[in-house]
Design a protein around this ligand. Structure first.
Ligand code: GDP
Length: 320
């Protein structure tokens, strides 16, 4: 392990490995930012959650797909949604007319939603439209929606059942959650091909239930993962997610809010769980044959993203 690892560090390359990443819209894109220092864009394929997708003002907004694309293009804002330096005059003008949008949408971001939705209205699949967006940004990274079906994730709460975006934005994650409903989508031929081309898969530090859960609900996905070497990064450190409602959502599934809960949720297919060095879990806590690895997993900035990416590239089998 030592020599290829050092070589990779020195040359900043992945040593020819290609990488398949399952992603939500915050933790995993932070990891992607680091991985793209070690892999050329063409060596990376991302399958992103579309359970957060929502039609707003006539256009389909795909928050996770867009954050992944903006990250790969180097234009994602520091908030991890939208485009750096964007302006919000249309959103504000609409609000002053009494038209309240479910998400805050900037002008440059909106252009992407219009571009995508126009392609969809003309008969393109979401995969076609997403790859067209990648091409428009001259990305060599392939970003794939987990499915072409519209499968919004619904949250069952003590305030009723609502779209995940309503739960996150309108209700500010406040209601008690009894269930997270992920719908089953059909696997696309592009996702199937990406899986066929990779013997290993990386699950980024994303919300296991609402960001990775919908990807796992795609027909055939769990079986495909059972047949592959799967590495996941825990988004939970010492019983707390770094951001977002992962704790509430894990509790609604009867899982402990911990890296152990993450391991249990992925236990049917997981080979390696990377946890933060500060976490209190130990190898003997983990179910089955899951191997525990420690790293610095909090990605405050690019340097931490690169360091975590280094750890992942180091343990990827060379025919990944
Ligand atoms: P969403 O689509 O915006 O919900 O984003 P994700 O599901 O991709 O990411 C949210 C999850 O990422 C949360 O559970 C956080 O705990 C986790 N997360 C965010 N930043 C980091 C980080 O720097 N390190 C780790 N380990 N987890 C993170």
């Amino acid at each position: 392990m030592t020599y290829p690892f050092i070589l990779e560090k020195l040359t900043g390359t992945s040593g020819g490995r290609t990488l398949l990443l399952l992603s939500g819209g915050t933790g995993s894109p932070k990891l992607l930012r680091g991985l793209l220092f070690y892999c050329s864009g063409a060596q990376v394929t991302v399958i992103a959650n579309t359970g957060d997708d929502i039609w707003i003002s006539g256009n389909l907004v795909c928050p996770d797909l867009d954050t992944v694309i903006y990250t790969a293009a180097g234009i994602v804002s520091e908030r991890w949604w939208g485009i750096n330096g964007d302006t919000f005059r249309t959103h504000e003008r609409l609000a002053s007319l009494g038209h309240k949008e479910a998400l805050i949408i900037g002008e440059l971001d909106r252009a992407i939603h219009i571009f995508r939705s126009d392609l969809l209205r003309r008969g393109a699949t979401l995969t076609d439209a997403t790859l067209a967006m990648c091409a428009s940004f001259e990305l060599s990274t392939a970003v794939l929606p987990m499915t072409d079906d519209f499968v919004p994730t619904m949250i069952v709460t003590d305030n009723g059942e609502m779209h995940i975006q309503d739960f996150l934005v309108r209700y500010q994650q406040a209601p008690n959650v009894s269930q997270v409903r992920c719908r089953t989508g059909k696997m696309t031929k592009e996702v199937q091909t990406a899986l066929n081309e990779h013997r290993s898969v990386v699950i980024g530090p994303s919300n296991p239930i609402s960001s990775i859960g919908p990807i796992l609900a795609v027909n055939g996905m769990q079986q495909a993962l059972k047949d592959r070497f799967v590495i996941a990064v825990s988004p939970i450190i010492r019983g707390e997610p770094i951001s977002g409602p992962a704790g509430k959502f894990m509790e609604s599934r009867g899982l402990p809010v911990s890296s152990l809960g993450v391991a249990e949720f992925y236990s049917d297919f997981l080979d390696v769980l990377i946890v933060d060095g500060r976490d209190d879990i130990s190898q003997s806590d983990l179910p089955g044959d899951i191997e525990l690895l420690r790293a610095d997993t909090i990605m405050y900035g690019v340097e931490q993203s690169k360091n975590l990416a280094t750890e992942i590239v180091r343990i990827l089998p060379s025919q990944s």
